[in-house]
Write a protein that binds this ligand. Structure first.
Ligand code: FEO
Length: 397
């Protein structure tokens, strides 16, 4: 009979793959995702995290291939978001509501708010340890990475870090470890960081520095989504260090939408100007690219240029969607410029500049407005803006 994956001696991955999901609360998941949960066997059997509610029975079935689920002694909840906690009520119903649930102080509050049930909560904080006889678990609160309740659990002797969402990727496949998939996993990890954690980059930096100071030995990282880092856990930590510094690279992203192709023509001319300076550029039509894919490209870009036609004295609705999303994730250290065509009022560029100001981006040009259809001079102005952006990127990045 199929037995769940043993990730280390007597430690099993018992979570589930969600092959079908394509939209994870507004994040495009073209390759599905996983809800990882881990069963640690020993004198006490410990379940670290659970899965989304709909997958709870599948997880229990996985566990039953190893032990009788009622033999689980302890549940650890690293994070309350329901892709990891949704299975807790079902698990507790099966294993017995008197069994302890270890979580942070905010974890207890959030679990109570989510499920309106009293469990045997054992509140832990940074530095607290749980000895199960043959194993020692320690806890590290990671508040706002990415919820107030978030924490890591560290298995001391094995040097395994159960990192909740951190270091995860939305990926469901037939490979389970970093050494199996290789660098193919990095775009997924990058997208995950850009869309889930970028907003909290200063906290990521602080955490990496704290963990470095502590000299925490990490032989394996088991996140709650995607593959397990066993060959080279330092690789994903280094990537997080880089991404959280928000150091811009020699690359621009041109984001646009258009009604009658005028803003499209402007976007293409700007893109050509950037390329003329041998700077990498992505041209992204918001009607063709998902906001979370655009955000992934923005992560390391030195400049973002946004083009919107004016519609009803405002920016175009799809651009507003993308801008709201990007703004919420707080990208830093980027140049910005706006452009767009209009018919009679032409507010879009002004509105976009205000958005850039609010985002504390460096507006390197007042932007370009074109009435109705760009003529050759307008196209040249757009090309020149691209050249200017390319030159600035080369200077600064
Ligand atoms: Fe994977 Fe914050 O949940």
């Amino acid at each position: 009979m199929y037995k769940p994956l043993e990730v280390a001696k007597d430690i099993y991955s018992v979570g589930c793959r969600d092959w079908d999901i394509r939209d994870f609360h507004g994040y495009s998941t073209y390759e599905g995702t996983t809800y990882n949960a881990f069963l640690v066997l020993g004198e006490k059997n410990v379940l670290v995290d659970t899965v989304k509610k709909d997958f709870a029975d599948e997880m229990l079935s996985n566990i039953s291939r190893i032990i009788d689920p009622t033999d689980i002694d302890i549940v650890i909840s690293n994070h309350t978001e329901m892709d990891h906690s949704g299975g807790i009520p079902r698990v507790m119903h099966v294993i017995g509501k008197d069994k302890p649930v270890y979580c942070s102080k905010m974890g207890k509050k959030n679990l109570e708010s989510h499920f309106n049930q009293e469990f045997n909560f054992q509140v832990v904080g940074t530095g607290d340890e749980l000895s199960t006889g043959d194993r020692t678990f320690s806890f590290l609160e990671t508040k706002m990475l990415h919820w107030p309740d978030s924490m890591f659990t560290y298995l001391k002797d094995e040097a395994i870090l159960f990192s909740s969402d951190a270091f995860g990727q939305h990926f469901a496949g037939d490979m389970f470890f970093d050494d199996e998939i290789g660098d193919e996993i990095m775009p997924h990890a990058r997208k995950y960081y850009a869309n889930i954690l970028l907003h909290f980059s200063s906290k990521v930096q602080a955490l990496i520095q704290d963990v470095t100071k502590m000299g925490l030995k990490i032989d394996m990282i088991c996140p709650d989504h995607g593959i397990i880092w066993r060959k080279d856990p330092a690789k994903i930590i280094q990537a997080y260090d880089k991404w959280s510094r928000q150091e811009p690279s020699k690359k621009a992203v041109v984001i646009f939408d258009s009604m009658w192709n005028s803003t499209t023509k402007m976007a293409r001319a700007i893109t050509s100007g950037i390329e003329a300076e041998q700077v990498n550029v992505r041209l992204m039509n918001t009607r063709k690219w998902h906001r979370s894919d655009i955000m992934t490209e923005v992560l390391e870009a030195g400049a973002m240029l946004v083009g919107s036609p004016t519609l009803n004295n405002n920016i175009f609705p799809v651009i507003a969607d993308v801008m709201t999303y990007i703004k919420g994730l707080r990208p830093q250290n980027k140049m910005a410029a706006a452009f767009g065509s209009y018919g009679w009022s032409g507010e879009a560029v002004k509105i976009l500049n205000k958005e850039f100001e609010a985002m504390k981006l460096d507006i390197i040009d007042e932007g370009i407005k074109v009435q109705y259809v760009p003529d050759n001079d307008d196209i040249q102005r757009c090309f020149d803006l691209g050249v200017k952006v390319g030159q600035e990127i080369k200077k600064r990045c």
